[in-house]
Each structure stands twice: as C-alpha cells, then as structure tokens.
Design a protein around this ligand. Structure first.
Ligand code: AMP
Length: 569
C-alpha cells in the first residue's frame, strides 16, 4: 500500500510552476547541476520535478509518479540521481530501465547534458538492435549510470558483464509501456540482481493493474505523486472527433490536414499495412508524409524519425508501437485514424501533443458505430470530446486562401533579387486590375486545392451536422447518402500518379474529352496506376464514349475511362 500520496491538481507542463516563484535553487541541487540546467534554459521546476526531486535528494523512499512524457519527468529523476552518485567511484550506482531504444538514447542524452559540469560522471545507453561489443567495453571501462532497455540489459547480465551489487537507485520509466510490450519477466529478472534496499522510482503515464502489481511487489511504502487525475491526459490537449462513414475515413483525414495547413503531427493507425497505405495515399496526394512501423529496418526508422524531428516531414503515419520511441515536443496534432482498442493507448497517443506547455489537439476519425467508444473515453479521461463537422470544400478553400494571404502579409522582404526586375514586372502586369492579379496569383499557388474541392460532397456521416446547404440539412443522413449515391457514378481512369496525374490534370482531361458538357466532378482518388472519380450518373456514359472516340493522352499515354472493372491500368 502507498504510505503517502501527493495529488497535484494542475497537470504537469514545463512552463507551469507548482509553488509561488519556486526555483531550482530552492530544491537543494548542487551548483554544477544548477549551472547545467540554467544553460538548458530551465528556469522553474515543473510540478513533477518540484515533488520528486526533494524526495530523492533527501530520502531513500520509493516513489511512484503518474506522469507522462512532456512533464519534465526525466529531469525529475535525472537531476537527483546524478547528485546522489559517488562521483569518485566508476561502478553502476543507478539503473534506468525504459521500453524503447529511442527513449533510452533520449534519456541518456538528457542525463549527459545535466551532467555536463560533472566531468567524472559517465552515463551509458545499453539497448538492443545495435552491436553489443562497444556497450560491453564501455561497461568494462566503468560507468555510474546505466540507461537500458530490458531485453539487452538481461543479455548483458547473463554474460556477467556488469555488476549491479552497488546500485542504489533503480528507475522504471514508462513502466506501463514496458509491461504492455511484454517485458514483465525481463524486469523481474533484472530487479532480482539489484540490492533489496535500492530506492525504486516508478514513472508511468497510466496505472493499469499490472503496474500496480509491480509496485506492490518491488516497492516499499512508496510516495505516490499524481499529476492531475489518474489516467488523465494532459490539460493542454483538446479532444475532437469527426464522424464519417468508414469508406470516407481517408477523405476525412485529407480534409482535416487541408484545413490545418500548418499542422505538424502524427496520424496513428492500427496496423502496419494501414500505416503504409495511408502514408502512401497522403504522399501521392502531395502531402509531406511517411510511414513509421515495425516492418522498417532500424536504419529506416531512425531516418524517418530524424526527418520528422527536423521538420522535413510534416506528417508521420505510425503504429502505436513504432511511435513509442519518438520524442518530439511541439506537435500541433495527433490524429487517430482509427480509435485504439485500449483506452490507455488513447492517453499515450494524445499525450504526444500539448507538451512542454504548448496547446495540442487530439483528433479522432470515428464512424457511427464507434460513438460509444467516445463516450467511454470521455468518462475515463473526464474530458469533453467535441464533435466537429468535417470541413466542407468551401471552408477548406477559404482557410487556404486566407492562410496564403496571411503568409503574404507576414513575409519579410527588405531587399530581394526581385527588386531589379520589379519595374519590368510591373509594366508587364500593369493591365491587370488588382482583383484579377490577386485571383491569378492565389490560383497559381492553390489551384490544386481549389479545384479538388470545387464540387466536393459533404462527407459527414450525419449530414444534418455541418452540411453544405440548407436543402441537404433537411434530409436524413440515409437520405443524403442515397441521394449522393444515386446522383453520382464512379468511373476509373487508366492513368495514375506514376503518369503524373493530379486532380487538376484529371479535370483537364475530362474537359478535353468532352468539350460540350460542363461536368461536375465529385470525389477524386488517385493511386499509382489509376484514378477513380465521380461524375453525375446521367453524364457517365457520355463521358466514357467521349474518351473512347477521342484521342486524349497524358504525356503520350492514351487515356481511357470506364466503369470499375472495365478499365485497367
Ligand atoms: P520529459 O518529460 O522529461 O520528456 O521532458 C519534456 C521536455 O521538457 C524536454 O524537452 C525537457 O528538456 C523540457 N524540460 C524539462 N524540465 C524543464 C523545465 N523545468 N523547464 C523547461 N523545460 C523543461
């Protein structure tokens, strides 16, 4: 049982402080550590740091802290364990266990930066998926702190290449994740090699029964620090959901991404295949997106994560497991392409945004039958999930135009290579009225988006919710679906993205084939070697005939159109 419980009403965020004007000096850390964290720009302790640091500095009592990544928990255990080392002896005195290689490297980097003014302190990362020999030699040379993933640690212990008999502190970081990943036996085996009286510090974002069991078994009268409600997500995250029919999931994702042009986020999928497909569709549709899943080699994963961290990638499409090691602070969005089965996974996913004091949005795309899952999450997190209408084509076009206008306003140019050609440019464009000039410039920039959404249908599952026109609003959901389904027919074109097809080009091809009629094209879906698109049912056959009669081509390839199954790439 827990002997003492500290509840902090405010959830951890790096910019919030617990007490009035509390500083790191008040916590009793040594000057070398204070200097190092000042260099890192840490000014005030986060709530978890304010609670945990004094306990570790002043006692050997065990600690259970319910804290997510982003709350400053690494420094909460890292600073005091570094302070309490016997710096003169290069034997392992603290052991940090964590679930993934990436987290292991991240914690090691953090601890090394905190110890930058303590030259005799050695912190070593011991993780799988890398050559064990350099790790063994570093251990043999002597270290005070080992940060390890459980599998590799056990391997090293079995080789008798490390001695933990002087370990005074053991930290289980992201304990819930380690147990989720099936490390329970490995953990028990490792824990049996450290002295019984070692101080144990357990950090976990959630407290499922399995974690409580470990804490009961291996910890004595721990102080429990709870940051906010148990199993709750970060205070800085707002939760939203969009309701669609399952077949429109991808279209909904696209619209959400389009309506937030400055999004920097992770799209979570349930399976590797889905991750791969969604990322492929997104990048074929012109977004900067890549998949992250377990079928990639470690090298590929590292490279994707690096590019994402450096913001060369806007969207990462990931499975829960693959995203675990990723440490990025300023995500604007987490998108649940599918809701996870486990509520805890939702907490982990949404906790990847709203970190380090920033605001974040956790978006879920759900279909009608999943509404009960939203209710369950609301109860569990004690948070309201706001239902939002899927943006209409018009709304997206407006947002994109205004965003572009804002970018123009914000763009800072003192002198530019344009200057010396400016007179010539002005003369050339002089005959265009201002409105026409604006229209043409924004169209050049945003043509693909504006054309794509020109006739885009409403895809809200219940169209009475946020639908595009008053007439549709009076219709029942089923009525509107039937209406759309009856009105539009799906056609297939035998060229796709590998042939350079884009939505505007598809529209041009349709116009080139049939110059007489004005065809209102509905949804367009372009994959590598073909494209599916919707046209009004009563114009479908005419268009097929027009393509058959004519000789429309795309970069030298004859373009054909037919009903699904009739036309092949
Ligand atoms: P963590 O929860 O340990 O992953 O930390 C999240 C982020 O907050 C990391 O980038 C830390 O460098 C940063 N951080 C931790 N503590 C503080 C602090 N007291 N003030 C400002 N930033 C901090």
């Amino acid at each position: 049982m827990f002997s003492c419980r500290i509840e902090i009403g405010v959830l951890g965020s790096c910019t919030r402080t617990l007490g009035d004007n509390m500083t790191f000096n008040d916590l009793g850390l040594c000057p070398e550590l204070l200097e190092a964290i000042a260099t890192l720009g840490f000014e005030t302790p986060t709530p978890v740091q304010a609670e945990v640091i004094p306990v570790i500095l002043q006692s050997d009592q065990d600690v259970v802290a319910l804290a997510q990544t982003g709350t400053g928990k690494t420094a909460a255990f890292g600073l005091p364990i570094l302070e309490r080392l016997d710096h003169s002896r290069a034997v392992p005195q603290a052991l940090v266990l964590c679930p993934t290689r990436e987290l292991c490297m991240q914690i090691t980097r953090d601890l090394q930066s905190y110890a930058s003014r303590l030259p005799s302190v050695r912190v070593l990362a011991v993780y799988g998926g890398a050559d064990i020999k350099p790790q063994l030699s570093a251990l043999a040379r002597g270290v005070q702190v080992v940060v390890a993933t459980p599998g590799r640690m056990l391997d090293v212990l079995r080789r008798k290449s490390v001695d933990f008999s002087e370990v005074a502190r053991i930290i289980l970081d992201e304990a819930d994740e380690m147990l989720n990943m099936g490390f329970e036996e490995d953990l028990e085996a490792i824990l049996s090699t450290v002295p019984d009286n070692a101080q144990t510090l357990l950090f976990s974002a959630t407290m499922p029964g399995s974690v409580a069991k470990i804490s009961r078994k291996y910890m004595k009268d721990p102080v429990e620090v709870t940051l906010g409600a148990r199993n709750a997500g970060s205070e800085n995250v707002s939760h939203e959901y969009y309701m669609v029919h399952a077949k429109d999931r991808y279209h909904a994702l696209r619209r959400i991404v389009d309506v937030y042009p400055r999004m920097y986020g992770i799209v979570f999928c349930r399976t590797r295949i889905e991750t791969q497909q969604v990322a492929e569709y997104l990048s074929m549709d012109g977004y900067s997106a890549e998949p992250l899943h377990g079928d990639l080699s470690q090298q590929q994963r590292d490279s994707v994560m690096r590019r994402f961290r450096e913001r060369h990638l806007q969207i990462l499409v990931a499975t829960d497991v693959a995203a675990r090691g990723l440490d990025v602070n300023d995500l604007t969005h987490v998108i649940n392409y599918n809701l996870p089965d486990e509520a805890n996974s939702y907490t982990h996913r949404s906790g990847r945004t709203g970190r380090a004091g920033k605001e974040g949005i956790s978006v879920s795309i759900v279909h009608l039958r999943e509404q009960f899952k939203i209710k369950r999450l609301e109860q569990m997190l004690r948070k309201e999930f706001r239902r939002r209408p899927i943006p209409t084509g018009d709304e997206i076009s407006r947002v994109r135009l205004m965003n572009l206008a804002q970018q123009v306003l914000d763009y800072d140019i003192d002198s530019s290579p344009v200057d010396k050609h400016l007179d010539e440019l002005c003369t050339l464009l002089a005959e265009l009225p201002k409105e026409e000039l604006i229209k043409r410039f924004v169209s050049i920039e945003l043509d693909h988006v504006l054309e794509f959404y020109r006739n885009a249908p409403d895809i809200n599952a219940d169209v009475s919710f946020g639908s595009q026109n008053r007439y549709a609003r009076r219709e029942s959901a089923d009525g509107q679906q039937r209406n759309d389904a009856n009105r539009m027919a799906e056609l297939v074109m035998n060229v796709g993205s590998v042939n350079g097809l884009t939505p505007p080009k598809l529209m041009n091809l349709v116009n080139a084939a049939d110059r007489q009629s004005r065809i209102a094209i509905g949804r367009i879906y372009i994959v590598k070697s073909q494209a599916n698109f919707e046209v009004p049912r009563d114009q479908a056959q005419g268009l097929i005939d027009a393509f058959n009669r004519g000789t429309v081509d795309l970069h030298g390839r004859r373009v054909r159109v037919g009903t699904p199954g009739q036309v092949h790439a």
